[in-house]
Design a binder for this molecule. Structure first.
Ligand SMILES: Cc1cc2nc3c(=O)[nH]c(=O)nc-3n(C[C@H](O)[C@H](O)[C@H](O)COP(=O)(O)O)c2cc1C
Length: 444
């Protein structure tokens, strides 16, 4: 069974202590979250009890910020490796989807195919792979490279990487393993398909040494938003994560991805688009604003400038904090995010300080501070008017922010019939209303 399309998909984006850059200092944050497994067990169980579609763990393969003055005042330097964490969480949850980030620049496809197929088996069909190309030089330096691969080249590598991984996931037909003790036949040789991939970036024979997984294939998630990123998403993604500042951006992105997907023979319902939302909620808007202000006042200037520098891939520390953003060279990093920051600052005439204050919570995602009805209004408007199929909830502080969202906003969404009261299915695909892919050879 699949989730009705009349309802939102909701992911809980579980960044360690929470998404606000100073959130770790909030009384409701678990300050040691990056090294505290029990904290994640509690969050995952809480999200599952609230019937979220999935929890999502982002990743960078290295510490991105080199400036120790700002880094040492944030909680962004220690975190668990996502697949290890989600494999452990699979054992203490039953229904909720488990989406882990893994980089196509710093892995080999065979390893990734194997790990996600295993997670899908271990969790009974709840795995999703957030396929990222990675964008930080600080990551590249941990993998024998002085700097990052070129933007175009890393997307090219990502496309071939995806082709190999999904090919390996079809190494075995669903009914390949008979394990018949009487006849002595363990599997049917004709139901084994050796990949024999030879491409520009990879040479992979196969087959994968993991059976076809409960979902057929784990769910593919993608979050690139540049032209190359959108093209990859349109061709490969089943869920798209994205950051928007305005509804118009959301609507135009949504239409663009679904239109590009059609060119690859895909239907609109083959892809769920889920922008990030950073909610600060309280019973009244005045209380919510007070809550938000409290967090904003916890940001040291050096931390704000450091965060914005990271988002635009350019060191802003030599510039006057109350002056405008300087002209920036095009980045080889996250292109769409740099553009989003520049557009925001220019559109509203913001200084460096005003810009970092605007993105300190949500890093460019939509920030909404208000009462439960006001937050539900925004989600409903985006959902009903072609801006989103669901949302990735980015709580300011964990666990307090997730607790607030569940206690205050979910009842309002349910009252409007916009969110499930219980799971209908067992797999992540079923929660999201995505079809189970047929085995390509068996289907042919
Ligand atoms: C919700 C969301 C989560 C993301 N998570 C990660 C992540 O965990 N690791 C990573 O390297 N990039 C992550 N990204 C960045 C994207 O993969 C991508 O690099 C970025 O959006 C810029 O894409 P572009 O170069 O196509 O513009 C995320 C983006 C979004 C919107």
């Amino acid at each position: 069974m699949t989730a009705p399309r009349s309802q939102l998909a909701l992911g809980a984006f579980l960044m360690q202590t929470g998404h606000h850059i100073a959130g770790w200092r909030h009384p409701g944050a678990q300050a040691d979250a990056g090294s505290n497994f029990a904290h994640y067990v509690a969050l995952a169980r809480q999200a599952e009890a609230a019937k979220f579609d999935a929890i999502f763990i982002s990743d960078s393969v290295g510490v991105r910020n080199r400036d120790l003055t700002s880094l040492s005042r944030t909680a962004r330097s220690d975190q668990f490796e996502p697949l290890t964490l989600l494999s452990a969480l699979a054992a203490v949850t039953e229904r909720i989807g488990l989406i882990a980030t893994a980089s196509t620049s710093f892995n080999e496809p065979y390893n990734i195919a194997r790990k996600f197929a295993s997670l899908d088996q271990i969790s009974g069909g709840r795995a999703g792979w957030n396929l990222v190309t990675s964008s930080g030089d600080g990551e590249a330096e941990n993998f024998n490279l002085g700097r990052h691969l070129d933007h175009a080249l890393r997307y090219e590598r990502a496309a071939e990487f995806h082709q190999v991984v999904t090919g390996l996931w079809d190494s075995w037909e669903d009914d390949a393993f008979v394990r018949d003790k009487d006849s002595g036949q363990y599997f049917h040789p004709e139901k084994l398909h050796v990949l024999h991939h030879q491409g520009k970036h990879f040479s992979v024979r196969g087959p994968l040494n993991v059976a076809r997984s409960p979902q057929g294939q784990p769910v593919i998630v993608q979050a690139g938003a540049s032209d190359a990123g959108r093209e990859l998403a349109a061709r490969t993604a089943e869920v798209v994560f994205v950051a928007h500042q305005t509804f118009d951006e959301a609507r135009s992105f949504y239409a663009d991805i679904k239109q590009r997907a059609a060119a690859y023979g895909r239907a609109p319902e083959d892809i769920r688009i889920m922008p990030g939302i950073f909610p600060v909620v309280a019973p009244t808007r005045a209380e919510a604003e007070e809550k938000f202000q409290y967090l904003q006042e916890l940001i040291p200037t050096v931390v704000g400038v450091g965060l914005l520098s990271q988002m635009v891939s350019f060191d802003l520390s030599p510039y006057p904090v109350d002056g405008p953003l300087p002209e920036l060279p095009p980045t080889n990093g996250a292109k769409s995010r740099q553009q989003l920051m520049l557009d925001l600052a220019r559109r509203e005439g913001l200084s460096i300080r005003q810009t970092y204050l605007r993105i300190a919570g949500a890093r460019g995602h939509q920030q909404v501070v208000g009462s439960p009805a006001e937050i539900a209004d925004l989600l409903e408007a985006w959902f009903r008017n072609g801006g989103a199929d669901g949302f990735n909830i980015m709580s300011p502080a964990h666990p307090a922010g997730l607790t607030d969202f569940i206690a205050l906003v979910l009842p309002e969404l349910r009252r409007r019939g916009l969110f499930r009261t219980d799971y209908q299915g067992r797999t992540l695909r079923e929660h999201l209303g995505l079809r189970r892919p047929a085995h390509r050879a068996a289907a042919a």
